[in-house]
Write a protein that binds this ligand. Sequence first.
Ligand code: KG4
Ligand code: ZN
Length: 356
Amino acid sequence: MLCLGVETSCDETGVALVSEHGLLGQRLASQEAVHAVFGGVVPEIASREHLRVLPLIYRELLRETGTRSADLGAVAVARGPGLLGSLLVGVSFAKALCLSLDAPLVGVNHLWAHLLAPGLEGEMTFPALGLLVSGGHTNTYFIESPLDFRPLGRTLDDAAGEVFDKVAKALNLPYPGGRLVDRLAGRAEPDRDMFPRAYIDNASLDFSFSGLKTAVIQHLSGRQGLRFEGLRLEGLDSVLDDPPVDLARVCASFNWSVVDTLRIKVERALRACAGARSLVVAGGVAANSMLRRAMAELAADHGLILSLPGPDLCTDNAAMIAHAGRLILGFGRRHGLDLEAVPRGRAVPEDWVRES
Ligand code: KG4
Ligand code: ZN
């Protein structure tokens, strides 16, 4: 069964086609350049861009893959959490297609889709311990099956990706700067005493990153030489390849503090709920080089299978939405045309209806 995935939860507009043979094709239109000048995503601009781009990339995808709308067996759409105006564009588009084609609609939890994404690249093993690290979330789950996620820990303040982006902003780098900080960090050894690993001296599975963010920003504010003054986007590559050593060390030390905090909390979650056979790490920050190495080591130490999507599958995309949609349909679940979008901060309900 051919399933179209639609992703518009933040600043990436995506469409993808997934069948029983895997990913047939996808189109992703990034709004990064549109928002970079504002230092963050501007919700109203994001919605308008989705509205403009979505029908165009859908048509391109059909053309590229030699598919007709009538071939679609189902439409899966990211229904939250995300920016409400952005989600409404994708959900309305998906509903219109389902209405005209009389095809089933499936609303997908964007966070679960991230954690199920490795299934596009190989078999996943359940139960799994899931770590989701993205721009808006830092969560751990005990995942019994693709339909059964038990929340364990979450961030009490900033998400890991948000802190990467804020540190990048303090360095005067464009938004979203996580992968730029990652590149800079690769140019030096971390000083493990430079920054704190916040909220680890307790028994909690929750995370807190705002103290680390403040520590890094304060460290930078007293040292003008550690900022990219007036840097233009075009000049970025050469500076990132050969940065001042002090600046690279700040990035490496900050990156290490985030990664080691995540390691400690994942190990604690593994102890708290035994039985996991695999470790899944997903979301934009799962593209981080240091985190990938640390999680590979952790999985090996605990005898767990590691499911870590390739970097392109870590950041927002529609392939993961189509894949999660197919899994949900495989369990005989779908949604009606009254499907609601769910904004950030609200739990996504498990309000599927049974396939009739
Ligand atoms: O999952 P995602 O694409 O969007 C959300 O659902 O939030 O995650 C985006 C986040 C951004 O904060 C971005 O800076 C961060 O992932 N990110 C990284 C890296 N690549 C993307 N953070 C650290 N290292 C990276 N290599
Ligand atoms: Zn995401």
